[in-house]
Design a protein around this ligand. Structure first.
Ligand SMILES: OC[C@H]1NNC[C@@H](O)[C@@H]1O
Ligand SMILES: [Ca+2]
Length: 448
C-alpha cells in the first residue's frame, strides 16, 4: 500500500472568515453598530488605528470573493453573520437588507457548489445589547436564541451546518479578563460570568435548533495543548490550570454538564457557583465540535501571572509566526486525540488553522511567495491525517483564512490569508499557499 496520504472520501475542504474582519460597511443599509465598531473607533485599541470600516470590503465584493473560492476549488466556506447587521438593536426588528446580504451569499455559494458553514456569533455583539449588560446579563441567552431562530427560519432550508459561537474562551479572556478585545473589560469577576452566559446562550440556541432545524449544529472552540515546561509539580500544576482554563472550561460543561475542578483554583474567590438547571441548558446534544488550532504552550508556573498563574516558555529551536505562536503540528494531533478520548470521539471539523507570516509584496506576474505558510499547512494537514488513521472522527478542514483581514487588535498588520488583499486597492491575489491548497483539495490530500 503506497504511503501516499488519502483523506476520507467525503472529507470537506474549506476556508474560514468572520464578519467584522472582512465585510466593512458596518453601518450600511440599516445595520446597527457592534461592540467592535465602538472598540475599533476608541483610539488605542487597534494597532495603527485600523478599523473594520472597510476591511476587505466583502459586503460589496461578495460575488467576486465567491468566484475566488471557486477558483481555489473550495468545497465549503465558513463565515459568520453580523448579529447587528441582521437585527440592528440585537432584538426585535430584522433589517431586510442586512439579512438579505446573507441570503444572497448563501445562494451564490450554493450556485458554485460550495457548502455554507455558518457561525451565528463571532465576537461582534450588537452594541445595544452590550449597553444592557451584554454577556454579563443572563437574559442574553434568550436574546441570542431569538436571533438564532430568525436565522434558522430564514436559512436552514439551504444552510446545513451551523455553529452557535466562535471561541467563547477568547470572548471571556480577551473581552472581560484582559481587556485586549471588545468590550475591553478588565475584571476577573466578570470573565467567568461572561463565559457561563456564553455557554447558556449556546445551549438556548441549540434547543431552538432542535425545534426548527433540519441539519447539523455545533460549537467552535479554540484549543491549545499545555505541556509542562519541567517535571516539577509547580509546572505540572500550572499546565493543568492552563489546560482547564483554555480547553476544559467550555467542553466539559457542554459534554459533562460541569466545569473542570481546576477552575476554582484558577479564579479563587471570583469563581461563582451556578444552579443545576444552567448545566441542563448548556449540555444540549451537539452534532459536531469545531476545533480551531494554532499553536501549543509549553507552560511553567508563574505566581504573578494572575489568575491562571501560568506562562508560556519560548522554545529556542522552534519557528514562530508573526503573532508569536510556535509552529507545532504535533500539538494538533495531541489535541484531537485528547478530544476524542475525553468526549467520546465526537464528529470534529477543524474550523480554523493557519498562520500569519511576513508575506513579500505581490511580485510581477502576480505571485505572492509564502513558503512558510505552505510548510505550516503541510505539517498540520499531515498531523490531522495521522489521527484520522487512528480513528479520530475528523470530517473536514477550514483554513484560516480565505483572505488577509482585520486581525482584531493587531489591525491589518498580521496576514493570515491564503489570498493576499491589497487594502488600498482591494485587489485580491492568490498566494502560493492558495495554489498549494487547491492541489490538496483536488487530490484529497494525496499531494501532501
Ligand atoms: O488569530 C487568528 C484567528 N483566530 N481565531 C479567531 C479569528 O477571528 C482570528 O482571526
Ligand atoms: Ca435568495
Amino acid at each position: 500500500m503506497s504511503n501516499a496520504i488519502e483523506f476520507p472520501k467525503n472529507f470537506l475542504w474549506g476556508a474560514s472568515t468572520s464578519a467584522y474582519q472582512i465585510e466593512g460597511s458596518p453601518l450600511a443599509d440599516g445595520a446597527g453598530p457592534s461592540i467592535w465598531q465602538r472598540f475599533a473607533h476608541s483610539p488605542g485599541n487597534i494597532r495603527d488605528g485600523d478599523t473594520g470600516d472597510v476591511a476587505c470590503d466583502h459586503y460589496r465584493r461578495s460575488a467576486q470573493d465567491v468566484a475566488l473560492m471557486r477558483e481555489i476549488g473550495l468545497q465549503a466556506y465558513r463565515f459568520s453573520i453580523s448579529w447587528s447587521r441582521v437585527m440592528p438593536s440585537g432584538r426585535g426588528a430584522v433589517n431586510p437588507v442586512g439579512i438579505g446580504f446573507y441570503d444572497e451569499l448563501v445562494d451564490r455559494l450554493l450556485a458554485q457548489g460550495i457548502k455554507p458553514m455558518v457561525t451565528l456569533f463571532h465576537w461582534d455583539l450588537p452594541e445595544t445589547l452590550d449597553n444592557q449588560g451584554g454577556w454579563l446579563n443572563r437574559d442574553i441567552a434568550d436574546w441570542f436564541a431569538d436571533y438564532a431562530r430568525v436565522m434558522f427560519e430564514r436559512l436552514d432550508d439551504r444552510v446545513t451546518s451551523w455553529a452557535t459561537l466562535n471561541e467563547p474562551w477568547v470572548v471571556s479572556d480577551g473581552g472581560y479578563l484582559n481587556g485586549t478585545l471588545a468590550p475591553g473589560h478588565h475584571n476577573r469577576f466578570e470573565a467567568p460570568i461572561a463565559a457561563h452566559n456564553l455557554l447558556r446562550a449556546h445551549g438556548a440556541a441549540v434547543k431552538v435548533y432542535r425545534e426548527v432545524g433540519k441539519h447539523e449544529i455545533g460549537l467552535v472552540v479554540n484549543l491549545e495543548p499545555k505541556y509542562p515546561a519541567s517535571e516539577s509539580a509547580a509546572d505540572q500544576q500550572a499546565a493543568a490550570r492552563g489546560h482547564a482554563y483554555m480547553n476544559g472550561q467550555f467542553l466539559d460543561p457542554v459534554f459533562f454538564g460541569r466545569y473542570p475542578e481546576k477552575m476554582k483554583d484558577v479564579y479563587g474567590d471570583a469563581w461563582p457557583e451556578w444552579p443545576a438547571e444552567d448545566f441542563e441548558l448548556i449540555r444540549q446534544r451537539l452534532d459536531f465540535i469545531g476545533v480551531n488550532y494554532y499553536t501549543r504552550s509549553v507552560t511553567r508556573d508563574e505566581p504573578s501571572a494572575l489568575p491562571v498563574r501560568a506562562v508560556a516558555v519560548r522554545q529556542p529551536l522552534a519557528t514562530y509566526t508573526e503573532t508569536g505562536w510556535e509552529v507545532y503540528a504535533r500539538g494538533l494531533s495531541d489535541t484531537l486525540e485528547w478530544v476524542a478520548a475525553r468526549y467520546g470521539n465526537p464528529p470534529l471539523y477543524i474550523t480554523e488553522n493557519g498562520a500569519a507570516f511576513f508575506d513579500p509584496p505581490v511580485a510581477e506576474g502576480g505571485r505572492v511567495h509564502d513558503p512558510l505558510r505552505i510548510d505550516y499547512y503541510q505539517k498540520h494537514l499531515r498531523a490531522i491525517h495521522e489521527v484520522i488513521q487512528k480513528g479520530v472522527d475528523v470530517r473536514g478542514y477550514c483554513a484560516w483564512s480565505l483572505l488577509d483581514n482585520l486581525e482584531w487588535a493587531h489591525g491589518f498588520s498580521k496576514r493570515f490569508g491564503i489570498v493576499h488583499v491589497n487594502f488600498a486597492t482591494q485587489e485580491r491575489t492568490l498566494k502560493d499557499s492558495a495554489y498549494f491548497y487547491r492541489e490538496v483539495i483536488a487530490t484529497n490530500g494525496a499531494v501532501l
